[in-house]
Design a protein around this ligand. Structure first.
Ligand code: EPU
Length: 429
């Protein structure tokens, strides 16, 4: 019989204590793809134990990478030679970050054949900018039955001005240009922390990339990369999730292993809500205190980094559902609404018009709800922690793509969360 994981949460307990933030999923994934660019061994510290990471490691294994875990978040990975430029489509189709293999394989092997990337399906997620950038740099790109074939007839060079800010598109274009003799100038680049971290990793191995974190990035091709050792940044999306959970439960939580500089937009919005945020002077810890605070409704526009993250838009929606007054939420990046119907089932008052969410504070009550993707799942967890009574969250496998064992890690904060494997009835058709 098929089984499904559930989280069972008894809500209404203020979170209290210390929580260590996991390493960043969205920084680690492209860095793992980027390890393909060297034939030498690389040690990566700060790789979270998540299903998306395991899937990418399986894909890299088919390409020729061998890895060994040497610590809870550390692995050694080594790709002495490329065995294939066509990893299995069924694995590639399981996560979005697999598309950075297009640029990585093009750099290392001069060719890549890749199926459609997968990942969360909360919104349309086009890849036109990835392909236009590669073409502008001189790659030949063709598409057949949804599969992409890219080849590099000569060293990549030239300019591309992105039509919009894209994290993955910027990463793919950089990866493609690292090895070779040409120079590539990319404009209107994403300044996201995940772009900067990947570039810092590549430069640590001998790449020649300038301007990451600004709008213009110049990649001067180098002959080869050496091996090395690197520490991935902490996960600012997990940190933001915990900050919002602490506020929603009117608790007090200290987060360690954070970069407070990466969380400025979240801290500013929570201060506007009325929560006290205290940052440690060294920038690696912060505390969130919402005890005995009168929280107030705010308006939120999710936008590109360093603005308020789209990934946290559903989750701040859960917090604002518990705050007196009316808040208006907009998302300039994605149409993330998969959590709305589920939050309503918990008593949230959310009106949705033209992708604008109008949230009016109410009392949440526990019930049975379903996660539809990573961040809608996290929104349901935050709502369930704040709600009165018991909630059962289905489809926990989505959460496991982005958050390490939440049940075990939330329990020391006083949360009553249990992870269950439920046996599902067999489908009739
Ligand atoms: N876009 C295009 N064309 C493209 C590429 C993007 O129109 O070729 C649009 C997208 O539709 C979106 C905007 O540009 O409206 C930004 O998309 P971006 O390319 O920046 O997103 P991504 O790289 O596919 C990453 C994260 C997402 C996160 C977004 C936005 C990974 C694996 N994914 O996606 O994270 O929401 O950046 O910050 O790094 C998650 O972790 O749950 C997640 C979905």
């Amino acid at each position: 019989m098929p089984s499904e994981s559930l989280l069972v949460i008894q809500g209404g307990q203020p979170l209290h204590g210390e929580f260590v933030i996991q390493p960043s999923k969205n920084a680690a994934l492209p860095i793992l793809a980027a390890t393909l660019l060297t034939r030498h061994s690389v040690t990566v510290h700060g790789v979270p134990q998540l299903s998306d990471v395991y899937t990418l490691l399986r894909i890299l294994g088919t390409i020729g990478a061998r890895h060994a875990w040497i610590g809870p978040h550390s692995l050694v990975i080594h790709t002495p030679e490329i065995l294939t430029v066509q990893p299995p489509a069924e694995l590639v189709g399981q996560l979005r970050a697999s598309f950075t293999l297009l640029g990585a394989l093009l750099s290392r092997a001069g060719e890549a054949r890749l199926g459609q990337p997968g990942g969360c399906t909360f919104s349309q997620r086009p890849i036109d900018q990835h392909l236009k950038a590669l073409r502008a740099m001189g790659a030949r790109v063709s598409e057949n039955n949804g599969a992409f074939h890219v080849v590099r007839p000569a060293p990549l060079s030239g300019n591309y001005l992105f039509e919009l800010l894209t994290v993955g598109g910027t990463q793919n274009a950089i990866l493609a240009a690292v090895l070779g003799e040409g120079q590539v100038v990319l404009e209107n680049c994403s300044t996201d922390t995940d772009v900067v971290d990947m570039v810092n990793f590549l430069n640590a191995l001998g790449a020649d990339i300038h301007g990451a974190g600004t709008a213009t990035i110049t990649v001067s091709g180098v002959k080869e990369l050496r091996g090395g050792e690197y520490h991935v940044i902490p996960d600012r999306l997990e940190a933001g999730t915990l900050m919002l959970a602490a506020a929603a439960t009117r608790g007090q939580v200290t987060l360690t292993n954070v970069r407070t500089a990466h969380l400025r937009a979240v801290s500013a919005k929570l201060r506007e809500v009325g929560v006290t945020i205290t940052e440690h002077p060294d920038g690696t810890a912060l505390s969130v205190d919402a005890r005995q605070h009168r929280l107030q409704a705010v308006n939120v526009t999710a936008t590109e980094y360093p603005g308020f993250p789209t990934d946290l838009q559903p989750i701040i929606g859960a917090l604002l559902s518990t705050v007196r007054g009316t808040s208006i939420l907009m998302d300039r990046i994605y149409t993330r609404t998969t959590h709305v119907a589920e939050l309503r089932r918990m008593g949230a008052q959310i009106e949705l018009a033209d992708h604008v969410m109008v949230v009016t504070g109410a009392s949440l009550r526990g019930t049975r709800v379903k996660a539809a993707d990573i961040r809608s799942g996290a929104a349901l967890v935050v709502a369930a922690l704040a709600a009165q009574g018991e909630s059962v969250i289905e489809n926990v496998h989505f959460l496991q793509r982005g958050y390490e064992d939440l049940a075990a890690r939330l329990t020391p904060l006083g949360a009553q969360v249990q992870h269950h494997e439920a046996t599902l009835p067999l489908a009739m058709d």
